[in-house]
Design a protein around this ligand. Structure first.
Ligand SMILES: [Mg+2]
Length: 253
């Protein structure tokens, strides 16, 4: 059967994976083995990247031989949603984020200009403002200021601070994309490794936290029955999780 003739909603495995530490995690050998496994079965699954990275970073990954290209990309911590081949936005999801943000970039930068322990990241982002932060210098009042102004604040990996449109994160954007594509909940498996992946796990979808997950995330998932914490790092953890959920059977030739 041709890939194009299958409705998106019919894929019984939809892997919605974070990149750094997750789809890009594990040893070089683990990565090449897993990528090859996926490439041989790409027509039987839907692949979605859900990352804090921007599209420029992902475009550079495509240059790596054998690197699996996704069907969709949720980038910039959930604020950019594009097709994996053309990088064209999906208006139904992208506009939903844009409306919530309301062109706030300059306003946020002015508001945060004199806050201690943060430094603007050198990335051009349209629907979020991203900082590096020093955990010992960041003030709770800075985070509160963001919330009081009507935005969300996501801290991750003890270094990244993202000011986000209220209610937008990787998880909510994935749910919105699933709604637009009419994907069934039981088929979608998110995978991640840091706190900015927590919203993916809070969707209640059967999910994978890979073996190298940051301690703060591991602490949060202790009580989440929908999250499988694999002992294996990066791609090996994803692969393990796919098997634990029995989804590898969907990929048998
Ligand atoms: Mg990560």
């Amino acid at each position: 059967m041709q890939r194009e003739s299958i409705l998106k909603a019919d894929y019984s495995l939809v892997l919605a994976t974070d990149l750094d530490g997750t789809f890009l995690g594990g040893t070089d050998q683990m990565r090449s083995e897993f990528y090859e496994y996926l490439q041989q079965r790409r027509d039987r699954m839907l692949l979605i990247f859900v990352t804090g990275r921007d599209l420029g970073f992902i475009e550079r990954l495509y240059a790596e031989p054998g690197f699996p290209q996704p069907d969709y990309i949720i980038g910039d911590v959930g604020t950019t949603i594009v097709h994996g081949d053309t990088f064209k936005p999906l208006p139904e999801v992208q506009n939903w984020v844009t409306e919530r943000w309301g062109n706030a970039n300059e306003r946020i930068k002015r508001m945060m200009a004199n806050e201690p322990g943060i430094k603007l990241q050198p990335v051009a982002t349209e629907r979020r403002v991203s900082y590096y932060y020093q955990p010992e210098e960041l003030q709770p009042s800075t985070v509160q200021k963001v919330i009081d102004a009507g935005f969300d604040c996501i801290l991750s990996a003890d270094i990244f601070l993202d000011v986000m449109p209220r209610g937008i994160a990787k998880g909510p954007t994935l749910l919105k994309l699933m709604e637009v594509l009419q994907l069934k909940r039981e088929n979608v498996i998110p995978a991640g490794d840091t706190l900015n992946d927590l919203s993916l796990f809070e969707t209640g979808l059967s999910a994978i936290a890979v073996g190298n997950s940051e301690p703060k995330l591991v602490e949060k998932i202790q009580t989440m029955e929908n999250v499988y914490h694999s002992p294996h790092p990066g791609v090996a953890g994803i692969w393990d999780g796919i098997k634990v959920y029995g989804k590898h059977q969907e990929l048998v030739a």
